[in-house]
Design a binder for this molecule. Structure first.
Ligand SMILES: *[C@@H]1O[C@H](CO)[C@@H](O)[C@H](O)[C@H]1NC(C)=O
Ligand SMILES: *[C@@H]1O[C@H](CO)[C@@H](O)[C@H](O)[C@H]1NC(C)=O
Ligand SMILES: *[C@@H]1O[C@H](CO)[C@@H](O)[C@H](O)[C@H]1NC(C)=O
Ligand SMILES: *[C@@H]1O[C@H](CO)[C@@H](O)[C@H](O)[C@H]1NC(C)=O
Ligand SMILES: *[C@@H]1O[C@H](CO)[C@@H](O)[C@H](O)[C@H]1NC(C)=O
Ligand SMILES: *[C@@H]1O[C@H](CO)[C@@H](O)[C@H](O)[C@H]1NC(C)=O
Ligand SMILES: *[C@@H]1O[C@H](CO)[C@@H](O)[C@H](O)[C@H]1NC(C)=O
Ligand SMILES: *[C@@H]1O[C@H](CO)[C@@H](O)[C@H](O)[C@H]1NC(C)=O
Ligand SMILES: *[C@@H]1O[C@H](CO)[C@@H](O)[C@H](O)[C@H]1NC(C)=O
Length: 326
């Protein structure tokens, strides 16, 4: 009997004009799930059956329809076909298009050097690894920045068995990206027969820290006129990540690591004071030039002296005129 079957397979037709129907003609099934397909033959025949790598149904006579059923589908390349034999004409054979899928076991993001600290304006590579997914040709990996899709990777190939794949995303962050969360989502787009929405597995969010060199918030030099006895505030605040370390110096003081961005003095001798904000990516310096402001006391004295001199001149002139006349 098997010998005859094989012989019959050698001369078969697979054509639309076969008097048979398969319902449903295409099935999307998750690996391990049940599947059932109904084959109906419309005319008299010598026997019909199913060939498949799991639960084949041997040749049967006297039936017009025959189900192929599997409780737990565990063959990736299942390729089931319904056949029917007729007198005087070649065997008919109809395929069922079965897509066996499997959602990934894991989806994860990693970065080169396994750090989430990125440097501003440098290019970094994030990699999304998708493990044990099938079929690859239906896979779509989406990259998200926050809630926005920023890139999509599609895969070509014809593998029916699970594979491990990755997708790369290149980022050149700036400081406004500090704290942003990225994630990647592996979706299986299985066509109209597949589940809607498509089955998806997403990675844990990957939060990036963006490092950048200090930059001063105010201008890099400042000239300040202060009166004697007046308070003075030197503000050297700079933005940087990691937070900058500050140091201060002046012509008569050595460099000092007073790690503070703002200083308030009740007295400050006229001089140039320099502050430096620095982190591992760079530094910026700010110069404060302190000058003594002409005090209001001095102005009063100038007025008094001017008035006094004027009065003295007037007095002397009047005296002379008086003496000369007299
Ligand atoms: C199979 O299809 C035939 C008609 O094509 C129908 O009569 C029969 O009920 C179906 N069987 C099942 C189990 O769906
Ligand atoms: C199918 O798989 C389920 C769980 O995966 C199991 O409980 C069941 O016994 C399996 N059935 C068969 C027929 O193997
Ligand atoms: C990763 O490490 C390599 C070698 O240690 C270095 O050249 C590269 O710049 C590093 N990349 C990042 C983003 O830090
Ligand atoms: C995918 O990667 C996992 C873990 O590294 C490994 O166990 C598995 O065998 C890989 N699968 C394939 C198809 O390469
Ligand atoms: C986005 O994906 C395309 C195609 O996969 C790739 O060529 C491109 O480099 C990706 N863009 C980024 C920023 O990674
Ligand atoms: C920082 O990058 C974002 C996009 O990643 C862009 O919209 C923004 O304009 C950039 N800002 C600066 C200051 O370059
Ligand atoms: C220092 O300057 C920065 C930026 O101009 C400002 O935000 C901050 O409040 C100032 N600090 C003081 C103590 O004045
Ligand atoms: C300097 O001060 C900043 C902010 O107060 C702090 O984060 C940092 O650890 C300090 N660094 C040093 C070396 O003292
Ligand atoms: C203070 O230090 C800075 C940087 O270290 C240097 O450029 C500057 O000349 C120094 N200023 C004085 C007055 O020593």
């Amino acid at each position: 009997m098997p010998g005859i079957l094989i012989l019959l397979f050698l001369i078969h037709v697979e054509a639309d004009d076969c008097p048979m129907k398969i319902d449903p003609p295409a099935v999307v099934v998750k690996y391990g799930d049940p599947i059932s397909v109904n084959c109906t033959v419309f005319t008299e025949h010598l026997g019909m059956g199913w060939v498949a790598k799991q639960n084949p149904v041997p040749n049967q006579q006297g039936v017009q329809f025959l189900l192929w059923t599997v409780e737990n589908l565990t063959v990736w390349d299942i390729n089931p076909q319904c056949f029917a034999n007729f007198e005087g004409v070649p065997q008919c054979l109809k395929k069922v298009l079965v897509t066996v899928y499997k959602t990934p076991d894991s989806v994860s993001i990693s970065s080169e050097n396994h750090t989430s600290s990125l440097v501003e304006r440098r290019q970094h590579r994030l990699v999304c690894e998708v493990q044990n997914v099938a079929p690859i040709q239906n896979l779509m990996v989406k990259w998200y920045k926050g809630i926005e899709v920023v890139n999509i990777t599609l895969y070509s190939g014809e593998s029916k068995t699970p594979v491990n794949v990755s997708s790369t995303f290149l980022i050149t962050p700036n400081r406004t990206d500090d704290g942003t969360q990225y994630k990647c989502v592996a979706e299986l787009h299985l066509g109209p027969e597949g589940r809607q929405p498509p089955p998806a597995v997403e990675s844990e969010p990957f939060r990036v820290t963006v490092h950048y060199a200090p930059s001063l918030i105010s201008s890099s030099s400042e000239v300040m006129e202060v009166r004697k006895g007046e308070k003075v505030t030197l503000n050297c605040t700079a933005q940087g990540n990691p937070p900058p370390v500050y140091s201060w110096n002046t012509s008569h003081l050595q460099k000092m690591d007073w790690n503070k961005s703002v200083f308030t003095f009740s007295f400050l001798a006229p001089a140039t004071y320099t502050c430096t904000a620095d982190n591992y990516l760079g530094f910026e310096s700010k110069h404060f030039t302190i000058q003594e402001k002409p005090g209001s006391l001095n102005t009063t004295w100038i007025v008094i002296i001017t008035v006094a001199v004027f009065l003295a001149v007037v007095l002397i002139v009047s005296c002379c005129i008086y003496k000369f006349k007299g």
